[in-house]
Unconditional design. Structure first.
Lengths: 293, 283
């Protein structure tokens, strides 16, 4: 019997039985889930692979003396390399963090639409600068003036670290809901205080992550250091002269015909890797409770 | 109330001293709007509005969507101009001072005229007491005892103290929607504004929470002048003393159709359009 709208009553029947379409849909669901899981696994495998390879090759060389001696002591150690890497990276951070955070805040909160687009383009280009170029820049512009030194290295690292902090800061500030800024302004809080105490405070875990990413990058760079701070066998704590670093040590020892050097290159890599890992984990723990974004 | 950029923040009196301060009296005009227009670029969202708001009363702005009620509300505490290309014409006078006069600092205006938004927006990075005291602390108040006293007083006034007094250090977001909105109200009144603006404060809340807030508004008007924008006509009828009805004109901008005592507007409005809106014939 036809209803007023012309439909036969059978066309509008309602049933919850499984049809063939449902079965197919479920099958596709299962397949796609497996594909996605597999992709995630494949992405993690190289990381696990690296950890295993570095650990297995590097652990034999690891000892307390290795961490506390210099390359000229017996047995060889990488203390001056660790010191050098840390000093140069953290000096670079002293410049990169304020500039990066300030720049990120400016681009997000104060810049016009056009300035923001240009700024983002510039940051993207800077992020893509090969580290050897940063090193070349320091080599030709700074080394003639201040010589092969930790300062030259720190400056080239700064060039590489600023865009990391700036980009991350800008991205997390974007995630802070506009309503928070409005609520703060409506309370009669001046704009600069709103930016620092409300917006940035909400985004702080993201900003700290940006800083940790920059530190990881700084600790892990080799090319700029080869051209600037080069290396040294002495304990050098003053940035005015050549300094040793973990990455240059790895580079130098890995190519050695002596297998002991090679093992110790692996060990240095292990130490470097562990440092970056611990730093990341620490920041995550400290900010996990205030993670609002 | 001093709004000049050059004046410093007045020293805070303790809660007990403030309680006995006379402040505004009823039957005084708290705010006078004269030919107020609000623009987004060249588009006029609000056409010449002139309206007086009596102190320690609740005034409701009602009208269909898009007729400029929220835009007008945001001009009252100089929030409208925080939108790029937005501008305001006309004068808005509070205590004889034009809020848009030269030398008037918008930050000081916003400290004296508070706002509660449609969607509750407590600061996620702060605890409950941190939220309530945020306006004070960011204005430079450092006396801890004073702050604690004001936090308790504001939470009591917002009818939230009993529910949160044991968990003041918990994050602001751990509360329910209705509680969060009362927290935002507590935060707004903690800085002791003279006027509190509310932009559809209950539209994101369930009916029970809505009723609690309406009760709260009735209590708050003993100390504060309240202007509330609402889509809900019954709410306006329940809660306000004066109602202003707005409508959208042919130029897509809003204008004030009629204003008057709530009872009169809802029973015997002077304007046919008002009557049609109240009866639900449009909007």
């Amino acid at each position: 019997m036809k209803s007023k709208s012309g439909l036969k009553s059978a066309d509008v029947s309602f049933s919850l039985d499984l049809t063939e379409r449902d079965v197919n849909r479920r099958r596709v669901n299962r397949v796609m889930t497996r594909v996605i899981q597999l992709s995630a696994l494949l992405a993690v495998i190289p990381l696990i692979g690296i950890v295993l390879v570095v650990a297995s090759n590097g652990l034999p060389g690891l000892s307390l003396e290795f961490l506390t001696n210099s390359p000229t002591d017996q047995p060889r150690g990488i203390l001056n390399a660790i010191q050098g890497s840390l000093i140069m990276t953290f000096v670079a951070l002293l410049a990169s963090a304020p500039i990066g955070i300030g720049g990120g805040i400016y681009l997000h909160e104060y810049a016009s639409e056009r300035t923001m687009r240009v700024g983002e383009l510039v940051i993207d280009v800077m992020l893509g600068v090969p580290s050897i170029l940063a090193g070349l820049f320091a080599y030709f512009a700074l080394v003639p003036i201040i010589g092969h030194s930790g300062w030259a290295a720190a400056i080239s690292l700064t060039v590489l670290m600023i865009p990391v902090v700036m980009r991350t800061t800008q991205e997390v500030l974007r995630l802070v809901p506009v309503g928070l800024r409005e609520a703060s302004l409506a309370l009669g809080v001046p704009r600069w205080k709103t930016t620092i105490f409300i917006t940035c405070r909400t985004a702080i875990s993201g900003i700290l992550t940006g800083i940790v990413l920059a530190i990881s990058r700084g600790l892990g760079e080799t090319a700029p250091l080869l051209l600037t701070s080069q290396s040294s066998n002495d304990t050098v704590l003053d940035l005015g002269s050549r300094m040793n670093s973990m990455t240059v040590t790895i580079f130098t020892w890995a190519g050695s015909p002596d297998p002991q050097f090679v093992t110790q290159a692996w060990t240095t890599a292990l130490v470097l890797f562990t440092m970056a890992l611990v730093l990341n984990v620490l920041v995550r723990f400290k900010t996990i409770n205030s993670r609002v974004l | 109330m001093s709004l000049k950029s050059s004046s410093k923040v007045a020293p805070r009196k303790s809660a007990s001293a403030r309680a006995s301060t006379p402040g505004q009296r009823e039957s005084e005009v708290a705010m006078q709007m004269k030919d107020v227009e609000a623009m987004y670029g060249s588009f006029r969202a609000v056409n010449r509005v002139s309206l007086d708001v009596m102190s320690r009363s609740v005034t409701a702005f009602i009208g269909p969507s898009g007729c400029g009620k929220t835009t007008l509300l945001r001009t009252l505490n100089r929030m409208h101009e925080t939108t790029p290309n937005a501008s305001v014409k006309g004068t808005i006078e509070v205590n004889g001072i034009n809020l848009y006069g030269e030398n008037v600092d918008p930050v000081r205006v916003r400290r004296s005229i508070g706002m509660v938004f449609q969607k509750p927006n407590p600061f996620p990075a702060m605890s409950i007491e941190g939220n309530v005291s945020s306006g004070l602390r960011l204005a430079g108040e450092t006396n801890k005892a004073n702050v604690a006293e004001i936090v308790e007083q504001s939470l009591r006034r917002a009818a939230l103290w009993d529910e949160v007094k044991d968990k003041l250090k918990e994050p602001g977001l751990s509360l329910s929607g209705g509680q969060q909105q009362r927290l935002c109200i507590a935060r707004a009144i903690a800085v002791e504004p003279e006027i509190v603006l509310m932009d559809e404060p209950c539209s994101a809340l369930d009916p029970l929470a809505t009723l609690k807030i309406e009760e709260l508004i009735r209590d708050l008007k003993d100390r504060f002048t309240i202007i509330i924008v609402t889509h809900n006509m019954q709410q306006a009828a329940r809660v306000s003393d004066t109602t202003a009805f707005f409508n959208m004109g042919d130029d897509k901008g809003g204008y004030l159709v009629e204003t008057g005592p709530t009872a009169k507007i809802f029973t015997k409005p002077s304007n046919k359009m008002t009557e049609d809106y109240i009866e639900g014939r449009f909007g």
